[in-house]
Unconditional design. Structure first.
Ligand code: HEC
Length: 244
């Protein structure tokens, strides 16, 4: 029963705030495009090596995880529920509705994540609002033209797998929105060492991130983590899931 209640609470919270998703009339502000940087300076190598230093925002690396982990929650803006017709599971769905590339202020989802009124802000309580850093990234991404950049060439070294420096940041980025606080899915907490190590030791973590049969694939409703991130988590678990 406890397990069943959680999705219901979330569904209720989302239903309550459905009106908040509706279009509230346009108050377009002047576009603040940042001339000179088209955000597309991403290099071309996604091979996991240390070959590229990129300076632009990369959609799959920097933006998509924010939406998946905070908005594409079951009962809200996942592919099944599509609350108020908004779905935030991949590039095409994110830019599909009330979205003005080049103008964050005229974009509905940006208005919602920066809403002053606590009855209307997205994500709705009990979920946490986005952080100022996440909001600033989304603003910059939209104002720079909302590019679908995928080859991010993020330097990744599978020999680095300490909990604090390497593992928790992966959970923060890809999992925390659904696995923290009062609304944590299945009671699985991935925002603290206690929760993360309990999940690892419980034996459901690796199967879920490797998308193995018999597990629910994580991150829920989204692409797999990169091979490099999966490898780091595997190494951390097999070394005893330490608090290092
Ligand atoms: C969009 C929300 C969302 C995100 C993001 C998410 N999860 Fe989940 N997670 C869920 C839901 C919902 C369930 C319960 C699924 C079910 O049992 O049907 C779940 C269940 C799990 C389970 C249990 C799976 C099983 O088969 O027993 C693990 C482990 C897990 N999540 C880990 C993670 C990890 C690690 C990440 C990040 C890499 C992550 N989750 C990201 C929503 C999410």
């Amino acid at each position: 029963m406890r397990v069943l209640m959680k999705p219901m609470v979330i569904l209720f919270a989302c239903t309550l705030t459905m009106a908040a998703c509706s279009h509230k009339g346009n108050t377009p502000a002047p576009a603040t495009t940042s001339a000179g940087n088209n955000g597309n300076n991403n290099g071309g190598n996604n091979g996991g090596g240390n070959t590229t230093v990129d300076t632009g925002i990369c959609f799959t690396r920097d933006i998509l995880p924010i939406f998946v982990s905070n908005c594409a929650i079951p009962g809200c803006h996942d592919a099944v529920t599509r609350s108020e017709g908004f779905q935030f599971t991949d590039y095409n769905s994110i830019v599909a509705k009330e979205f003005v590339a080049g103008n964050a202020d005229a974009t509905e989802l940006y208005q919602k994540i920066t809403e002053d009124n606590s009855d209307k802000i997205m994500p709705p309580p009990p979920n946490s609002p986005l952080t100022p850093a996440q909001i600033a990234l989304i603003r910059r991404w939209i104002n720079e033209g909302a590019k679908n950049t995928t080859n991010c060439g993020s330097p990744c070294d599978t020999n680095k797998f300490t909990y604090a420096a390497d593992i928790q940041p992966i959970f923060d980025k890809y999992c925390k929105g659904c696995h923290s606080g009062a609304s944590a899915q299945k009671g699985i907490m991935l925002d603290t060492y206690a929760g993360a190590s309990a999940t690892a030791n419980g034996g459901r973590l690796l199967g879920a991130i490797r998308h193995e049969a018999g597990f629910v694939a994580m991150p829920y409703g989204s692409n797999k983590l990169t091979d490099c991130d999966i490898r780091k988590i595997e190494k951390w678990v097999s070394a005893g899931a330490q608090n290092n």
